[in-house]
Design a protein around this ligand. Structure first.
Ligand code: PLP
Length: 436
């Protein structure tokens, strides 16, 4: 057998890097969306990043609207975050024993998201949601969970489930490897459909352990909740003693300092966090009401654990990030940047005569090739012109703007996206919209 060289010096281009990666990594990537299947072409391999920019292995610079899928709310390689990581790393990478910085982190989370009275740190968003669901099941003694079409909560078995045919039929696995006997406990309802929620609870409410929802859906592009939707979830969960879980892995510290729950004034029983909370390191967390969280081991019988949970280097990056985003006015500025971006892109599209609209909440946004004024459901997202998005994505890429490589993902701005980055984006967009 002849093995390709391990020397990265030979991987001079993204295409060459991708070709070599495929020899050793399934599909050449460690998370499927990175493979550009949603837009076609070859993924860009990155080498470094700073502020609003990422640089590929060929030295080309892009204004970045992916931000590592959300975490980089301060921009890339913020000097204070990097320093915190370096100083902490120098003292040892992991102890597998309690450290004071974990308490500092939990206290900071509680200060910013007061519904999270007790917090358990984990290492990814998937772990956070998986653990929150186990806890909700353990707390209520019920097995059924409710989730929504178009929402993504990571890849644990109970959540890789789609609706069966017909309303309220048993859920079916959306991936081979997920047992049908487990999937049948997951009920999938249409997002923003209050009547479907009420009907589901009327019929099955007493068997439901929890509802898990993205309070702003960011995994089917960016779909804000309609007025009353989150409140209806709260009401039904209260009525039936079910646990309401807000999956704020994406929206936490992204749409507002206190997350979507602060923005919309609805308090969940449990919250899951990820992305921003790690400042770019692998971190997740779940937490909430004392009565529920106290059921978790070692206090209670619901088991959950992690060798690297609360890792000091990850905590240092996350805590420094949380400190820096807590300064007054941070979210006003972030939301203003997002507004200017969306309005600017809409103006470029209008000038080129391309039917196009945007959605945005705080520092996250959605781009839609449609002549529909409002997007509130997964079906409406699916009805948009995905082919036109692909063409736009590649035209922007060529011009040096990196958008999410899928028509079904939210985009993100950071505090580092300054006037120059926006102007650069608009120049690129003028050309891109004309070309498509
Ligand atoms: N929940 C939401 C809302 C997410 O957006 C994601 C990831 O994109 C997850 C959970 C899973 O997080 P992770 O990829 O860190 O496992």
């Amino acid at each position: 057998i002849r093995f390709p060289s391990h020397n990265t010096d030979t991987m001079t281009t993204s295409a060459e890097s991708f070709s070599q990666a495929q020899n050793y990594i399934p599909g050449g990537v460690n998370s499927p969306v990175r493979a550009f299947k949603g837009v076609g072409g070859t993924p860009i391999f990155f080498e470094r990043a700073a502020g609003p920019h990422v640089y590929d292995v060929e030295g080309k610079r892009y204004v970045d609207y992916v931000g590592s899928w959300g975490p980089m709310v301060l921009g890339h390689a913020h000097p204070e975050v990097i320093r915190a990581v370096q100083e902490t790393a120098a003292k040892g990478l992991s102890f597998g024993a309690p450290t004071q910085i974990e308490t500092a982190m939990a206290r900071k989370i509680f200060e910013l998201v007061p519904s999270m009275a007790l917090v358990r740190m984990v290492s990814s968003g998937t772990e956070a949601t998986m653990s929150a669901i186990r806890l909700a099941r353990g707390y209520t003694g019920q097995d059924k969970i409710v989730k929504f079409e178009g929402c993504y909560h990571g890849h644990s078995d109970s959540l890789l489930v789609k609706a069966g045919s017909g309303a309220l039929t048993l859920g079916v696995p959306s991936s081979p490897g997920v047992p049908a006997s487990l999937a049948e406990h997951t009920l999938t309802l249409p997002y923003n459909n209050i009547a479907a929620v009420r009907d589901c609870f009327d019929r099955l409410g007493d068997h439901i352990a929890c509802v898990i929802v993205e309070p702003v859906a960011g995994n089917m592009n960016c779909v804000p909740p309609i007025p009353g939707f989150l409140q209806a979830l709260r009401e039904e969960c209260d009525k039936h003693d079910a646990v309401l879980i807000f999956d704020e892995v994406m929206t936490g510290f992204r749409v507002a300092l206190g997350g979507a729950q602060a923005l919309y004034g609805v308090t969940p029983d449990l919250t899951t966090l990820g992305k921003v909370i790690g400042g770019g390191m692998p971190v997740g967390a779940f937490g909430g009401k004392r009565a529920v969280m106290e059921k978790l081991a070692p206090l209670g019988p619901v088991y959950q654990a992690g060798t690297l949970s609360g890792n000091p280097v990850a905590m240092a990056a996350g805590l420094k990030t949380l400190e820096l985003i807590s300064v007054p006015g941070f979210y006003d500025q972030l939301a203003d940047t997002c507004r200017r971006l969306c309005e600017g892109l809409e103006a470029c599209a209008a000038a080129a005569g391309v039917p196009f609209t945007t959605t945005r909440v705080g520092g996250m946004f959605g781009l839609y090739f449609t002549d529909q004024a409002e997007i509130t459901s997964f079906d409406e997202v699916l009805a948009c012109d995905a082919e036109r998005f692909k063409a736009f994505f590649h035209a922007m890429l060529e011009e040096g703007v990196y958008l999410a490589p899928s028509a079904y993902e939210a985009g993100f701005v950071s505090a580092a996206h300054d006037e120059a980055a926006l102007e650069y984006t608009f120049h690129a967009a003028e050309k891109a919209f004309r070309r498509i």
